[in-house]
Design a protein around this ligand. Structure first.
Ligand code: FES
Length: 277
């Protein structure tokens, strides 16, 4: 029996903003019926570019319904830029908490909202985020990067905890050994990093180059874009977006929400990205 907060129960029993907006400005879908969870979010903007109406449909459990319901309340009245910063952690906090095994429901809310914003900005429909990096869990499309981020950001140490957050390993289970290996590797790296002298500038640049080549460039190239490292000054990484990425209305989000996140997670949390034309 899950232990739900009163807020979760309230939003599950009386979900707000259920349905679909017919002439929506943005529509996003995350998850799949095959996995047992799916969430669709649609929104309409007012004349000032703020979210005037937002609705959701889900095939998920109580936590998925509550997460989506409270998310719709959280984003009403926000601009697109403000809504793009709403995170799964904020959803969980607003709900007063979720059982560990249900944290992935809040992640699904965040991803569906991002997909709807992406649809508004580009006209493209994305039913799932493009996986970045080697896929470890084929059942749920969870990558090595996703698992590494979960360990680093949430200080997770067990395979079951990774499953609670990402669903990896919670279906056929054939990926559990690989997940365990990644956890052990990352925990060891984190331990070694403690008390280690800061990277030299040369080491930092080499690591940034390696992350761009192995992770960032392949993801951008999937959408016809590209990236070039221009310079690194102290903690500012100067890059140029190329191809379809240059001039794309999503360029700022790509830089901050993807490129910077990858560099922070895989090189150094102090680094920031700056676009150079
Ligand atoms: S491959 Fe990960 S649960 Fe099936």
């Amino acid at each position: 029996m899950w232990d739900y907060t009163e807020t979760v129960k309230d939003h599950f029993l009386h979900p707000r903003n259920v349905g679909e907006i017919e002439d929506a400005d943005g529509v996003g879908m995350e998850g799949s019926l095959a996995c047992g969870d799916a969430l669709k979010i649609s929104f309409k903007l007012d004349d000032e570019g703020r979210i005037a109406d937002v609705k959701f449909k889900t095939f998920g459990c109580a936590s998925a319904i509550a997460s989506a319901s409270i998310l719709t309340e959280m984003v009403k009245g926000l601009t697109i830029e403000e809504a793009a910063h709403v995170s799964n952690s904020q959803i969980v906090t607003k709900l007063g908490g979720l059982p560990d095994q249900k944290l992935h429901c809040s992640v699904m809310g965040e991803e569906a909202l991002k997909a709807a914003i992406c649809n508004f900005k580009t006209g493209k429909h994305a039913t799932r985020k493009t996986p970045v990096g080697r896929i470890i869990c084929n059942c749920f499309g969870v990558t090595e990067n996703d698992i590494e981020s979960a360990v680093r950001d949430h200080h997770l140490t067990a395979v079951d905890q990774i499953g609670d957050l990402t669903k990896a390993g919670t279906a056929c289970g054939s990926c559990k050994d690989d997940i365990k290996d990644i956890i052990d590797r990352v925990l060891k790296e984190m331990k070694n990093e403690e008390g280690k002298p800061a990277m030299t500038n040369l080491e930092k640049i080499e690591k940034i180059k390696s992350v761009i080549e192995s992770t960032i460039r392949p993801a951008l190239q999937q959408d016809g874009g590209d990236i070039r490292l221009i310079d690194v000054e102290a903690n500012t990484v100067k890059v140029e977006l190329q191809g379809a990425c240059s001039g794309c209305p999503m360029a700022a989000m790509t830089l901050k929400g993807f490129v910077e996140e990858q560099i922070k997670q895989l090189v150094d949390p102090a680094l920031v990205i700056e676009a150079v034309r």
